[in-house]
Design a binder for this molecule. Structure first.
Ligand code: ATP
Length: 591
């Protein structure tokens, strides 16, 4: 029922995409499926009236065949041509849905799951069968009506000829089985195909290409790609072979049945129980009937294919709707009064044994600047993502001024978070659009320029041929930026939000030279103090450079997912623990 509703929705989308073309395609389907019946009946009448004049029989059969072929061909061409346009428009709308689902949802949990990634890959690769689902249901109905009408005509000659319909059942069953073989091969090969595609994309991605070329590991990558590709192709080949043999067996059974029905009619004609016109009808109808039976099988298979992809598409939609959780409707406070609380917060990535963040309890006071320190893999970025609402803790609770983050609308919370994350986006296109993309209202050029200056990105833009209007990124072929320059533009984007409650700066220093780093921290802390006063905002800085974070109000040191030390710089130096040791090491190294 759900799938029929989905098919109807696809037809409604076709209608909205192009009502005129959709109407003409529907008329073409009716013409195509009624022409064979009309012509077969016409053929029988003319042959019977022509008596035994062989020449007339051949002439009429020839004209009938030509007419049938012309109507069939014309209807077919119309459908193919017009459907190309209609289907492309609907396919674009579906691809748009998928892109929106992947980006509107602030939660990242789903995108760490290989099963969800595989599902997205399959739906993207086969989204044309989704568009075809509505048409396939209509074609199945049309071809079934045609089949029943043909069988009624045949039964008038001899009820035995209905046996042809019974012989259509094995090809139907075998064709479904054949599809299943193919589908299971596609599903088994999807992970290998996805990995291979990603590895290959890596080699042609300009950002990673340089490292790959210097490390001269193309042979290893190539071997890995080839192995993955061969694995996937092996599975697909096996699936195609099994599917081909199974469906060919079905065709063979029907062909034998068709030959038997002609022989039976011949015997009836010889015995005087059927006319030559009946034989012409069986020959004409039988030939097209054969294709109609396969038509039923093919359109049913297309329905099955479309239904399978539709089920996956609906699952993605359901996951997306669930992620948005309508019951999470609370709005964040206008300004923070108390701060953010973490109570026993634990998060473990799928298929990981150890939690990345383990029973973390802490209070982040409103209006404070907090530094989050720790070795690689200590869980800092994961904790930041939990605070941004991108992950849901498996246990424990995060509260915003006492309100559970899980009761809050994740999108509303996302709009009150800002800054620079580790996996920042390099938004290609005009500079002004790239910078204004996170603003919650349209920005004028002065506001865009202010955000750029705040991120110390002014000199970068001044050096570009068209300033704010320069199109960035290799996709446009005009100007590209260094990683550090892209990073500063991403920070400018983060600074366009003027009312954040949580301001994040995650590991910004890796791509920056010391002077820019100093300027950047300086302006970030200035902005942090400003929004701390106006909105009680909390600023969270993740860094390995302790000299830049020592002025933070609170320093949190993490290790293996746990918080191991909390305090300000003086308190932690006095405590002479992990922080003091790290600070001494870095001071000596930079002396
Ligand atoms: N998307 C992910 N899927 C699976 N595991 C992940 C993912 N991101 C991080 N991890 C794992 O979680 C642990 C904590 O990673 P996290 O990135 O939070 O550490 P970090 O302290 O920010 O490290 P770094 O200083 O290197 O950025 C690591 O063991 C890492 O392998």
């Amino acid at each position: 029922m759900k799938l029929l509703r989905f098919a109807a929705d696809m037809m409604a989308r076709c209608w909205r995409a192009s009502p005129g073309r959709t109407l003409i395609i529907l008329i073409a389907i009716i013409v195509q499926f009624s022409s064979s019946i009309v012509l077969a009946v016409l053929q029988r009448t003319i042959v019977d009236k022509a008596g035994s004049h062989l020449l007339t029989v051949v002439a009429v059969a020839g004209v009938g065949l030509a007419l049938a072929m012309t109507a069939d061909h014309a209807a077919n061409r119309i459908q193919t041509n017009l459907r190309a346009t209609v289907d492309t428009r609907v396919a674009y709308a579906l691809a748009h849905d998928l892109a929106i689902w992947a980006t509107t949802d602030p939660q990242l949990d789903l995108y760490d799951r290989p099963d969800v990634l595989d599902r997205m890959h399959r739906v993207r690769a086969q989204h044309r069968s989704l568009v075809g689902l509505g048409w396939s249901v209509i074609l199945t109905a049309a071809v079934s009506v045609n089949l029943v009408a043909s069988l009624v005509l045949l039964a008038q000659i001899s009820p035995w000829l209905i046996g042809v319909a019974i012989l259509a059942v094995p090809p139907l069953i075998l064709s479904q089985r054949s599809r299943r073989h193919l589908q299971s091969a596609i599903e088994r090969s999807a992970p290998a195909e996805r990995q291979e595609a990603r590895l290959h994309a890596l080699t042609s991605n300009p950002e990673q290409a340089a490292e790959l070329r210097i490390s001269r590991n193309e042979a290893t990558i190539d071997d890995r790609c080839r192995t993955l590709w061969q694995d996937a192709q092996g599975m697909l080949r096996q699936g195609h072979l099994r599917a081909g043999v199974t469906s060919y067996a079905g065709s063979l059974i029907f062909t034998v049945g068709y030959l038997c029905s002609i022989t039976l009619t011949l015997v009836l004609v010889i015995d005087g129980e059927a006319t030559l016109g009946d034989l012409a009808l069986v020959l004409g109808l039988g030939e097209t009937l054969r294709w109609r039976v396969f038509g039923v099988v093919a359109s049913l298979s297309a329905v099955t294919d479309g239904a399978r992809v539709a089920r996956e598409y609906l699952l993605l939609r359901q996951q997306y709707e669930h992620a948005l959780r309508p019951e999470r409707a609370a709005d964040p406070p206008d300004r923070l009064a108390a701060g953010i609380g973490l109570r026993g917060v634990t998060y473990r990535y799928p298929d990981h044994q150890r939690p990345a963040v383990d029973s973390v309890t802490a209070d982040l006071p409103a209006g404070s600047v907090i530094a989050l320190l720790g070795e690689n893999g200590a869980g800092k970025t994961t904790l930041v993502k939990l605070l941004l609402g991108q992950y849901t803790p498996q246990s424990g609770q995060i509260t915003i001024d006492g309100m559970d983050l899980q009761s809050m609308d994740p999108r509303a919370w996302a709009t009150r978070c800002s800054g620079l994350v580790q996996d920042f986006a390099k938004l290609q296109g005009p500079v002004r659009e790239s910078v204004a993309a996170a603003a919650l209202r349209p920005l004028n050029r002065t506001e865009i320029r202010t955000a750029i200056d705040d991120a110390h990105a002014g000199p970068i833009i001044d050096g570009l041929p068209d300033g704010l209007d320069t199109r960035l990124g290799l996709a446009y072929g005009t100007a590209n930026l260094s990683h550090g320059q892209w990073q500063r533009l991403a920070l400018a984007r983060g600074l366009t939000r003027t009312t954040p409650l949580l301001l994040v700066l995650d590991e910004p220093t890796s791509a920056l030279d010391p002077e820019v780093e100093h300027q950047l921290f300086d302006s970030f802390f200035r902005r942090a103090r400003q929004v701390a006063t106006t909105h009680g905002a909390i600023a969270l800085v993740v860094s390995h450079r302790l000299s830049t974070t020592q002025d933070a109000d609170l320093i949190i040191v993490m290790d293996h997912g746990h918080i191991v030390e909390v305090g300000d710089h003086t308190a932690l130096i006095d405590a002479d623990g992990r922080y003091a040791e790290l600070f001494r090491l870095q001071s000596n190294a930079y002396r």
